[in-house]
Ligand binder design. Sequence first.
Ligand code: DAH
Length: 338
Amino acid sequence: MQDRLKRMQAEGIAEIAQAPDTRALDDIRVALLGRKGALTEILRGLGTAPPDQRPAIGKAANAVKKALEEAIDARKTVLETQVARREARETAVDMSLPGRRPMRGHMHLVPQVAEEILGIFLELGFQAATGPDVETEYYNFDSLNTPPDHPARDLHDTFFVKPGVVLRSHTSPVQMRVMEKHAPPVAVVVPGRVYRNDYDASHSPMFYQIEGLLVDKGVSFADLKGTLLLFIHRFFGPDTEMRFRPHFFPFTEPSAEVDISCSVCKGEGCRLCKNTGWLEILGCGMVHPVVFGYAGYDCETYTGYAFGLGIDRIAMLRHAIDNIHHLYENDLRFLEQF
Ligand code: DAH
């Protein structure tokens, strides 16, 4: 029995030294010292030993038990220290790492371009004005010399809110709102959202325009041309060429559309300008006397010019963006480029 006890101690201590973690160690403890463990098993045979040897065996068994318990406690301390060290390493803060900066946003391309365009006109002495997106038919059409049966109305594909009330199809109604409030002279630029029931690669049901209006004594088409040329040279660069094409708008007479030389091919012809060498950028003209009539302005004393441009379109031309919907889908991979 003494031999069995000795062997058990030696094997037990070897096993304890190999225990990979505290759970395995606990299993070993139960197997060696538990109520159904190896030591209990050996002591069960104590009754068959000669009575004079029993005290010695009992003593030896206690010594083995003590030795194994000490080995288990020592191994446990080692394992627990290992775990604590590993945790400390894994959760440690490396003070030498560079910090993580919060992501920084920036202005969307459309308001960026709007601000740049407005800035040019504000510097010339124009003032900024705004008007409502939900507009009456009177301001959107009638007062701009576009009566109900006028064919130009259909071209706008207007959204109706209810009879007589629309989502404005252009920023031109703000011309009338400004003139009703202010006696001439006026010089305003009006940025804002406009709405049309139109959807393809170059049309979105909501887009942005900037309207311009200048009224004073002796304003001529030459003033319109000079102002627009200055704007175009500032915005698109001093080498950009401009041309007027006769056009029709009900609220201006004469009316024109303005083209600039293609920014990509410089007039040679390319995909962007559809091989024409020119890009249309705005509509304009001299304010129609009928419009002055609605505003209560004396058209014998005052003349004026107006223009309207699409901000989205200009942003797209400048950055060769081929689909207006990129501007409104909020894909950061697109937006971050500007
Ligand atoms: N309102 C026109 C449109 O949306 C653009 C326009 C043309 C505005 C001529 C004007 C103008 O002020 O004089 O198509």
